[in-house]
Design a protein around this ligand. Structure first.
Ligand code: IVH
Length: 681
């Protein structure tokens, strides 16, 4: 009995300690976020901590203290440099949802809070801007005050700074008193410019546009605000009913009519299915916007219902945020390795403690080059922010210096090639380290990987592991040896983990590749600066590789789209004896290096004037292959379902596109088999 009591007390002490520590941690993160405009962890990581605290405080209310961060909105204003102003109406936060189930539950709660529980509710769907919320007061049409959210009750007077934002009007179009709320953001284009400049000046960069916007707006020097090009979008009118506004949708129109900017994105939807569909749409479409969004906001459209549905201490019950998966997370940089690419460039790669980022597990990320490591002062052992930018490869954004222990180690660049041990060089004017040994196995491996890639010769069955093995065993020494592999067929079949079938498929794919378009074979050679676009252009302009190889720099420059660097690169490539030999051998093996005259036969006009789209998981084709097939037969690929669409090819687990096509009723829906039958005639 005594022991039980002791254990219980001990356990309670632990919980108390846990709650205390958690609160301290959250307060620290809040302080940095709101006061210093820095994120020490990602929003998602923060949300998880807050949820944990809420749960513990719920289970053990005896340890819940006043002023707990789980009930506070925003920042403490202890250290503000600005005058404090009490909000006429509190500026609330939003509760979060992460999936459609959460949204459905929110909708159910909305109905439960209404007298008429069965009422059909319209919802307004907006983008959630990731910036800094602001309340702006106009008196008789003139901007007289602008206040940050602060702790929700009291904010900071940032009027001087707001007056420097060109897109916020100093006078609105009506001579009225009104308070409007919205978000100050730094457009992505300006954010990139700002960070570039800061890196050049050896200043600390901002991890994301939100921190930059918030850091900028809360500067005491309003000239800085002017320089950086902040922008603002409004989404809320305090006491909107007083202006006879009936819905959130109307609020947007009202704001616009006053000359106040909105995102223009406010879709009125009523079912969970519709919401699901539009959430999926905006999750992609948001990449095209020039401001950062961290989710969507779903609001009951009819303002009259807001009071009836009510509020919690922190947020309205008539709205919810739908958060997109985080683009940035933090993790530990365990080590840095150096990778040698096909051009000899040696790039640092971050070896990370595994984390999940936008739905995939990440263990490695790009560190670009050594200068960038120095400029950002990244060290081994650091907690670092990583993100997936437009590219698929994650990048290290910056270290979180505030949590350093002193044990972190500086990163030392290699002096010799990590693969072939040749002394590395630094080309004039370029920041990159380079391995000058053209025989370096890593360079050759890179060239072969590039040669066989999908955009190049599209050879299936030659992944990086197999290439490495073939190089080690001496079957390949350069790209031309790929076409000689068939001479070693029997030996290859006996190799472990390969076998007859896979070698047969590989050799088949190699033979087929000889017929690739000239534009693709040109790309596959890996001539510096020649990517997909220039590969196409040069193939079209030259017709054959002989002609291209004989062109002078001036002749190359005459091609629209070719500049100095490209012309020189192409010219030099064809003057190198080793390259000449490679092309001679490839030709001897029968690789195509000329534009084939495409005769218009029944075959390639079969899909003339017809439009296609595919959706779901395809099993018989890759997306690239099916697109090529359609174009070969004269058809056009579309990117979305519309009235213009003739055929939708449906794979496994097709979703909203199929539904939309069915609703339109004018689109012919084909399975992969049906499509194949048409192709075959
Ligand atoms: S409505 C009571 N709409 O997100 C109404 N907020 O996480 C609350 N935000 O404090 C705000 N875009 O700073 C609303 N379209 C939008 C928004 C938005 C961004 C911010 C706002 C809010 C925070 C809550």
């Amino acid at each position: 009995m005594k022991i039980e009591k002791y254990n219980r007390r001990n356990n309670m002490e632990n919980i108390k300690e846990k709650i205390f520590k958690l609160r301290e941690k959250i307060e620290k993160y809040n302080y940095y976020y709101y006061v210093k405009n820095e994120s020490l962890i990602s929003d998602t990581e923060f949300d998880l901590l807050l949820k944990e605290l809420e749960k513990l405080e719920g289970d053990y209310p005896e340890y819940k203290k006043e002023n707990t961060p789980s009930e506070n909105v925003g920042s403490s204003l202890k250290e503000t440099k600005f005058k404090k102003i009490v909000h006429k109406k509190p500026m609330l936060s939003l509760s979060n949802s992460y999936n459609i189930k959460d949204v459905e539950q929110f909708m159910e709660r909305v109905n439960k809070n209404l007298e008429n529980e069965d009422k059909k509710i319209d919802y307004a769907l907006e983008v959630k801007l990731d910036g800094l919320s602001i309340s702006v007061i106009y008196e008789k049409g003139k901007l007289i005050k602008a206040i940050t959210r602060g702790d929700g009750e009291i904010g900071e007077d940032v009027t001087e700074n707001i007056l420097e934002i060109q897109t916020i009007p100093k006078y609105i179009k009506e001579n009225i008193n009104i308070e409007v709320r919205g978000e100050v953001v730094l457009p992505l284009s300006n954010f990139e410019k700002l960070n570039k400049k800061r890196l050049e000046n050896n200043e600390e960069i901002f991890a994301n546009p939100r921190n930059a916007a918030s850091g900028t707006l809360r500067q005491l020097d309003s000239n800085i605000v002017k320089e950086r090009g902040l922008d603002a979008y409004f989404y809320f009118i305090v006491d909107g009913e007083n202006y006879e506004i009936k819905t959130q949708e109307e609020s947007f129109r009202f704001l616009n009519n006053l000359g106040l900017k909105t995102t223009g994105i406010c879709e009125v939807l009523s079912t969970v299915e519709e919401l699901d569909q539009r959430i999926e749409y905006w999750a992609k479409k948001r990449e095209e916007l020039d401001y950062e969004t961290d989710g969507l906001v779903i609001k009951v459209n009819e303002l009259e219902l807001w009071e009836e549905i009510g509020y919690t201490t922190k947020s309205p019950r008539w709205a919810i945020a739908y958060k997109f998966p985080a683009k940035q997370v933090t993790t530990i940089l365990k080590d840095v390795t150096w990778q040698v690419g096909r051009t000899g460039k040696v790039t640092p790669v971050a070896e990370l403690e595994e984390v999940e980022l936008s739905g995939s597990k990440v263990k490695r990320a790009s560190l670009h080059n050594y200068e960038e490591i120095l400029r950002k002062d990244i060290r081994i052992g650091d907690r670092v922010f990583i993100e997936k930018a437009a590219e698929i490869i994650p990048q290290v954004v910056m270290p979180v210096k505030e949590v350093r222990t002193g044990e972190e180690k500086t990163i030392v660049p290699p002096e010799i090639c990590p693969v072939c041990a040749t002394k590395l060089i630094k080309e004039d004017g370029l920041v990159d380290l380079k391995c000058p040994n053209l025989e370096c196995p890593a360079i050759i491996q890179g060239q072969i990987e590039y040669f066989v890639s999908r955009d190049g010769m599209n050879i299936n069955g030659l992944g990086s592991k197999i290439i490495e093995r073939f190089l080690q065993l001496g079957y390949i020494k350069d790209i031309t040896d790929i076409y000689n592999l068939k001479e070693h067929k029997e030996e290859l079949e006996t190799l472990e983990k390969l076998g007859k079938k896979s070698i047969e498929n590989l050799l088949n794919s190699i033979e087929i590749s000889k017929e690739r378009d000239y534009s693709k074979t040109l790309y596959a050679l890996g001539i510096p600066y020649i990517g997909k676009f220039l590969g196409n252009l040069l193939a079209k302009e030259s017709g054959t590789i002989e002609k291209l190889s004989l062109m002078s720099v001036d002749e190359l420059l005459e091609i629209d789209g070719v500049g100095d660097k490209v012309a020189e690169s192409v010219y030099n490539y064809f003057r190198d004896e080793k390259n000449k030999e490679i092309i001679r051998k490839l030709k001897e093996y029968g690789v195509n290096f000329e534009n084939k005259f495409v005769e218009k036969t029944d075959e390639n006009t079969k899909f003339q004037g017809k439009t296609f789209l595919f959706t779901g998981k395809l099993e018989k084709f890759t997306r690239e292959e099916i697109k090529e097939e359609i174009e070969k037969l004269g058809g056009t690929n579309l990117s979305g379902v519309s009235k213009k669409l003739d055929y939708l090819i449906v794979g496994k687990d097709a979703g909203s596109k199929l539904k939309k096509a069915e609703e339109l009723g004018t689109v012919k829906i084909l399975s992969e088999e049906e499509f194949l039958e048409i192709v075959k005639g």
